[in-house]
Design a protein around this ligand. Structure first.
Ligand code: SIN
Length: 482
């Protein structure tokens, strides 16, 4: 990547205790749009992972001792440097992840916004004093950092899912060891370059990179010095990691899979709903956990909605994320495109009707066309699974109760959306939906001030917002007798 303005941002091995590490074993990082190898990164050895945890443990008391203002100042400097290098960071992300440059730029700003937010929240960790329960007694409640945090982060948001966790951890006074996805290590390592430049002390922020996620995951989840584990990724892997944490009783938070219903009632503003749906669905080519996955259309407006949706998608340009004209790009790899293809084929076999897109045969690249499939059934695989691709799967309903019942009939409970102009209907629907997040006439639900997280098999714990800090703090009750 010689065309970066600052080639120093590109590092090829783990960042441990402020030092760059190498190893004999390297793995390639591939540009999903072209299938070209960008470069190779050194696989972290078991002893390097151990070093990272030990360094984080050594640095932790010193970092905790700093005032919240000192920690905030370091975080603010880090955020300023991210802003300064935003074009390079976006280009690195587009090359290794595939998303459009506009999407990548948006993610850099989104990722930075968590650092800005938590730098301020660092100063707002409050305890309580409880009214006395006996003469000469007093109870005070204080909050303290939980200790060393380990995080495993996904490839769909290679920067923001790191900053959402790390900024909260560092603001709370914790240190952190992060294992980013092996598809997108360069974005993570570039963040480490800037963290060092920002003066975040050695050992406070560590990145271990590797393709052997199972072994590194086992080390991070089973290590007794790690006090808190946080993961964003699939429900299947999250369950396994949660089990691995059990032996050492860690504090855990999990942001897992979703299967978001998107309900449009007959009194909705259809243009608004179509625009919000397209914006949310095409963000990162449908590869977000909160992407609308099942679109429930009330019969009276279903035809008008479909017409507007198809017309709107016909204006979208798909291509290499680096090209200025691309509105939407490719998926993370060919295997991902194959998975989406299988879901579309199974929906067709169940009676689904393609309105646009689809593929007549298995994809031969990571590109999957924008696809609208109508007449989808509730029991079809495409309804039951997270699609993670640019496919709009449409189901028509007659009664609101039917839409709510089907929307809730899933093990997942991350995001959901409802569109209507009727306040009573909205109130009833939002009360009934079993989801951690609900967008009402809106799909832009991700923001550092809003608690992000699911229920049921979508995980537990909140990220961002005032609640996001609590996941990195412990509560201590001190009873005074005098
Ligand atoms: C995710 O897909 O896991 C995160 C999406 C977001 O933060 O908006």
């Amino acid at each position: 990547m010689k065309d970066l303005k600052n080639t120093e941002l590109l590092k090829h091995g783990s960042f441990i205790n402020g030092q760059w590490q190498t190893s004999d074993d390297c793995f390639p990082v591939v540009n999903p749009a072209t299938n070209e190898v960008i470069s190779k990164v050194a696989e972290a050895t078991a002893s390097q992972v151990e070093q990272a945890i030990t360094a984080a443990n050594t640095a932790q008391p010193l970092w905790q001792e700093k005032t919240s203002y000192e920690r905030a100042a370091k975080l603010q400097r880090w955020a300023a440097l991210i802003n300064e290098h935003k074009d390079d960071l976006a280009l690195i992300m587009t090359r290794e992840q595939g998303k459009t440059l506009a999407d990548a730029g948006g993610e850099i700003a989104y990722g930075k916004s968590f650092i800005d937010w938590f730098a301020e929240e660092a100063k707002r960790v409050y305890g309580d004093t409880i009214s006395k329960h006996a003469d000469n007694k007093m109870i005070s409640v204080i909050k303290q950092p939980v200790g060393v945090v380990a995080a495993i982060t996904p490839w769909n948001f290679p920067t923001a899912m790191i900053t959402r966790k790390a900024a909260a951890a560092l603001a709370a006074g914790c240190t952190i060891v992060i294992k980013p996805a092996s598809e997108t290590p360069y974005s993570a390592l570039a963040l480490a370059v800037l963290a060092k430049q920002a003066g975040i002390p050695d050992g406070v922020f560590n990145i271990v990179v590797g393709k052997d996620s199972r072994s590194i995951g086992e080390q991070l989840t089973q290590h007794p010095l790690v006090k808190k584990f946080t993961f964003t990724g699939s429900t299947k892997v999250g369950k396994l990691l949660n089990k691995q944490c059990a032996e050492s009783i860690k504090k855990v938070s999990l942001e897992l899979g979703g299967n978001a219903p998107f309900i449009v009632y007959d009194d909705a503003d259809i243009s608004l709903a179509v625009k919000a749906l397209v914006d949310a669905k095409l963000r990162n080519c449908g590869q977000t956990c909160i992407s609308p996955n099942r679109i429930y259309l009330h019969r009276p407006i279903a035809d008008a909605f479909k017409k507007q949706l198809v017309a709107s998608l016909e204006k979208v340009t798909q291509g290499n994320g680096e090209a200025a004209e691309s509105d939407v790009a490719c998926l993370i790899h060919q295997e991902a495109a194959e998975n989406v293809h299988k879901l579309v084929e199974s929906a067709k076999a169940d009676g689904g009707k393609i309105l646009i897109g689809g593929l007549s045969q298995s994809p031969d690249s990571s590109f999957f066309p924008l696809t609208v499939i109508d007449n989808v059934t509730h029991s079809s695989d495409i309804t039951l699974c997270e699609i993670f691709g640019p496919v709009f799967s449409l189901i028509t309903f007659d009664e609101p109760e039917q839409a709510i019942e089907q929307a809730n009939d899933t093990e997942f409970g991350l995001a959901s959306y409802v569109f209507s102009q009727n306040i009573n209907r909205l109130q009833q629907t939002t009360t009934a939906l079993d989801y951690g997040m609900i967008g009402v006439n809106d799909t832009a639900i991700s923001h550092p001030i809003a608690p992000f997280g699911g229920i049921k098999h979508s995980g537990f714990g909140k990220e961002g917002s005032k609640y996001g800090l609590d996941d990195y703090l412990i509560i201590k009750a001190i009873t005074y007798g005098f």
